[in-house]
Design a protein around this ligand. Structure first.
Ligand SMILES: Cc1cc2nc3c(=O)[nH]c(=O)nc-3n(C[C@H](O)[C@H](O)[C@H](O)COP(=O)(O)O)c2cc1C
Length: 191
C-alpha cells in the first residue's frame, strides 16, 4: 500500500539547503512512499480572529493537503536555535480549529539541515517538542541532523555526498516501517 507523505520545508527561499535536501529525499524514497510537497510560505500568520466560518483560503487548502496525507516529514533549517517562524505558524494553523487538528495521530519524522557543524540540532529538538504537543507520532530514531550542508550538493543542486544519500536511504526505510507500525492504530482512529 502506498502512503502519501506530506513534506513541509521550513525554509522559504528557493535555493535553500533544506529545499534541496527535501528534493533529494523525494528521489531516495521507496516506491511505497509518495512524497507530497505542502508549501507553507503563503499561510497568513495564525490569528484566532480569522477562525470564522470562512477562514483564509490558504489555511483551508493547507489543512486539506495535510488531512489527505497519512504521514508528515519535516525538513527544517535552524533559525536562532529553533525552527523558523514559518514552520511554527504552519503547525499552529494545522492545529486549529479546536478539536479539528489535522495532525493528531499521524506518524511524523524530522530532518534538520544546517551549513553549520551541529546540523540544526536545536531546531530539530525544538520542533519535536511542538510535534508532541499536537500529537504527531514522531519517529524517535534514527535522528537526522545534517551538518555542513554547503558541502553536500553539486552545482546542479543534486546531493553529491554518497554517505548522506546512504544515511537518508536508511532513514526513509526506518520511517516507512514507523508509518506501517502506526497503521493499525490509525485504522481505529476517529471511528
Ligand atoms: C534568522 C536566521 C537565524 C539563523 N540561526 C541559525 C542557528 O541558530 N543555527 C544554525 O546552524 N544556522 C543558523 N542560521 C543560518 C542558517 O542555517 C542558514 O542561513 C541556512 O542556509 C538556512 O537554511 P536554508 O538554506 O534551508 O534556507 C540562521 C539564519 C538566519 C536567516
Amino acid at each position: 500500500m502506498q502512503s502519501n507523505v506530506a513534506v513541509i520545508v521550513g525554509s522559504l527561499r528557493q535555493a535553500g539547503y533544506s529545499r534541496l535536501m527535501a528534493r533529494a529525499i523525494a528521489r531516495l524514497a521507496p516506491p511505497s512512499m509518495r512524497l507530497v510537497d505542502v508549501p507553507i510560505g503563503d499561510l497568513p500568520l495564525y490569528n484566532e480572529d480569522l477562525e470564522t466560518a470562512t477562514p483564509p483560503a490558504a489555511w483551508t487548502g493547507f489543512r486539506e493537503a495535510i488531512a489527505g496525507c497519512e504521514a508528515v516529514l519535516f525538513v527544517t533549517p535552524e533559525y536562532n536555535r529553533s525552527m523558523p517562524g514559518a514552520m511554527k505558524n504552519a503547525l499552529d494553523v494545522g492545529s486549529r480549529p479546536w478539536g479539528k487538528s489535522v495532525w493528531s495521530g499521524k506518524p511524523a519524522a524530522v530532518v534538520s539541515v544546517s551549513p553549520g557543524a551541529l546540523g540544526g540540532m536545536a531546531s530539530n529538538l525544538h520542533l519535536r517538542q511542538v510535534l508532541y504537543a499536537v500529537n504527531l507520532v514522531t519517529m524517535p530514531h534514527p535522528e537526522a541532523y545534517i551538518a555542513a550542508a554547503g558541502s553536500l550538493f553539486d552545482e546542479g543542486g543534486q546531493l553529491a555526498s554518497a554517505a548522506t544519500r546512504e544515511f537518508l536511504t536508511g532513514f526513509l526505510q526506518a520511517f516507512e516501517t514507523w508509518i506501517r507500525r502506526q497503521r493499525p492504530a490509525l485504522a481505529g482512529f476517529g471511528d
